[in-house]
Design a protein around this ligand. Structure first.
Ligand SMILES: [Mg+2]
Length: 257
């Protein structure tokens, strides 16, 4: 069964000229929370690298490989969250970037292959409870394994958002906006770093790919135009120039600005 297209949310009510989609793990945060859990409480970094190499080189799907890695984590959910709150840090530029988007009517939408309660807990911790309430986070979820509850040993597993080979096909969230007619269609941006961003990489007008990460390798391999970033302060600098009309999205995508 193909994954269903998501309905357009209320975001268009305010007629934004720009929408900024972003990955969560390794993009808004400095470390990938799933990698952290897998490395420290699951199959470990060597197995993780093998699986992710297989995904990147299309020998197996993200859906299948990521599930295998997460299934190796027996730590109860509340303990996973506690470990992550202690160990995962926010990209230093993100808070200022996010405040700026608010002032300029630019919705930010988080698209993640990760698990909603973990992402929400981290965002509330890193950005603030109130700020996070209005931030849409479209992601996969967690469910209790049969006969168990989330907060016991081996009690949870990932529940994918859709039936796609990605578990959450991020391009499906972007396509309804991309398909709007001229005059209504906002300019679309995406920031990401890894294999779970592959499906979204082609859908937006400007893709920010994190320096030195797998998404850069993929974009080069597939000839998908992108511009690299180190942190959100660089993205903010470019966005300010685009919004003020100083440079065009095309110039940035072509590497001319
Ligand atoms: Mg990521």
């Amino acid at each position: 069964m193909p994954a269903a297209k998501e309905p357009l949310p209320l975001i268009l009510k305010h007629h934004p000229k720009f929408i900024f989609f972003t990955d969560f793990d390794g993009t808004i945060t400095n470390q990938d929370s799933n990698d952290f859990l897998i490395n420290n409480f699951g199959h470990g970094p060597l197995r993780r690298k093998e699986v992710f190499d297989d995904i990147l080189h299309e020998r197996r799907t993200f859906r299948d490989g990521f599930k295998e890695l997460l299934d190796g984590i027996q730590l109860p959910l509340y303990k996973c969250i506690a470990e992550l709150l202690e160990n995962i840090t926010l990209d230093e530029g993100f808070k200022e970037f996010y405040a700026w988007t608010h002032e300029h009517n630019i919705p930010v939408i988080v698209l993640s292959g990760g698990m909603n309660p973990i992402i929400r807990a981290l965002l509330a911790h890193l950005i603030g409870e109130d700020e996070v309430k209005t931030l849409p986070v479209l992601s996969s979820n967690v469910v209790a394994r049969s006969g168990k509850n989330l907060d016991e040993e081996g009690g949870w597993e990932i529940a994918y958002r859709d039936d796609s080979s990605y578990g959450h096909d991020k391009s499906l969230q972007i396509q309804p906006y991309a398909a709007l007619p001229d005059g209504q269609r906002p300019t679309l941006f995406y920031a990401g770093d890894g294999v779970s961003d592959l499906s979204a990489a082609r859908e937006t007008d400007l893709l920010f790919a994190k320096e030195g990460r797998d998404l850069v390798t993929y974009c080069q391999k597939e000839n998908v135009p992108f511009t690299t970033f180190r942190d959100f302060s660089q993205i903010l600098g470019i966005m300010k120039r685009i919004v003020s009309g100083d440079v065009s999205v095309k110039d940035v995508a072509d590497g001319k600005a």
